[in-house]
Design a protein. Structure first.
Length: 153
């Protein structure tokens, strides 16, 4: 395995988080523009579904590929990984609530409240994840495609 791959997982995780933050902001922008646009509901649904799919896919990929490899090389991180997986489950439930809100046509204010809750948990989760596992990721021996490990972002 080449040295570039050994140090890339921490940078790849940061890039994934940056893209997910941007997707959340794009979704918020779709809500803000929604009052003026004739196709606001369908545009908002598109952004919300895209954001939900991206975040949920990222977490499922971490749970299936990244975390088992990290746990194998760093068993001392077991409690941290368990906490991260618990956050993933909570976020999945919140994303389900957002999807439902969009599908039933809840108000922009209600959808914003869903996004606020998701954003708060997502940011807390990302900061914890970056604080606790970026250093071990720098040396992780995992020869997989980035999209397989961190989701197709």
């Amino acid at each position: 395995m080449d040295a570039d791959r050994l140090i890339a997982w921490d940078a790849e995780l940061r890039r994934a988080h940056t893209r997910l933050r941007a997707a959340l902001e794009a979704t918020r922008a779709a809500i803000d523009e929604g009052d003026d646009a004739p196709d606001a509901a369908s545009d908002l649904a598109l952004f919300c579904i895209g954001f939900c799919s991206a975040l949920d896919g990222h977490h499922r990929s971490e749970d299936r590929k990244l975390f088992p490899a990290l746990r194998e090389e760093h068993p001392e991180l077991g409690d941290v990984i368990d906490k991260l997986m618990q956050d993933h489950s909570m976020l999945s439930n919140l994303l389900g609530g957002l999807r439902t809100a969009v599908e039933v046509g809840e108000s922009a204010g209600a959808i914003e409240r869903h996004l606020d809750g998701i954003a708060a948990i997502m940011e807390s989760h990302f900061r914890f994840e970056e604080r606790e596992i970026l250093a071990p990721l720098r040396a992780l021996h995992l020869d997989r495609a980035v999209a397989e490990v961190l989701g197709p972002l």
